[in-house]
Design a protein around this ligand. Structure first.
Ligand SMILES: Cc1cc2nc3c(=O)[nH]c(=O)nc-3n(C[C@H](O)[C@H](O)[C@H](O)COP(=O)(O)O)c2cc1C
Length: 112
């Protein structure tokens, strides 16, 4: 068993024993797409918030809005997170939502 998976199991057991509601997003199990499409790059690279946000990214936004806390659990690869998670940040921290806020656009919840 991997070290990261072992930490996840211990964390899960602790959350259950503390009766804390949680949701696990396993990016590999979800087959989360970590590469941007050309359209997404157009939106993010040029801050064109009139372009649509893909439904899988909106799904991640909904999870953030439902949460009081986020835990990023990952192995360190070359001093950084694996590319799967890096792609999550690239796509989910969308312009207009996570930064570059605009009026009448849903804004990312601030988590403490
Ligand atoms: C591609 C790759 C790059 C890694 N880079 C680092 C690193 O920069 N620093 C570090 O301390 N460990 C590094 N490691 C070791 C992993 O962090 C370590 O294997 C991991 O914590 C173990 O978790 P796992 O058993 O869930 O894979 C690297 C491992 C891999 C596979």
């Amino acid at each position: 068993m991997s070290y990261t998976y072992d930490v996840l199991n211990q964390l899960t057991r602790h959350l259950i024993s503390e009766q804390i509601d949680f949701e696990i997003s396993d990016l590999y199990e979800m087959n989360f797409k970590s590469d941007m499409t050309a359209d997404e790059y157009e939106r993010e690279g040029f801050a064109n918030i009139d372009l649509p946000i893909p439904s899988d990214v909106r799904g991640e936004h909904r999870k953030i809005e439902n949460a009081d806390c986020l835990i990023f659990l990952y192995p360190v690869w070359w001093g950084d997170c694996p590319s799967k998670l890096k792609g999550w940040f690239d796509r989910v921290y969308s312009v207009g939502y996570a930064y570059g806020h605009a009026k009448n656009f849903p804004k990312m919840k601030i988590l403490k």
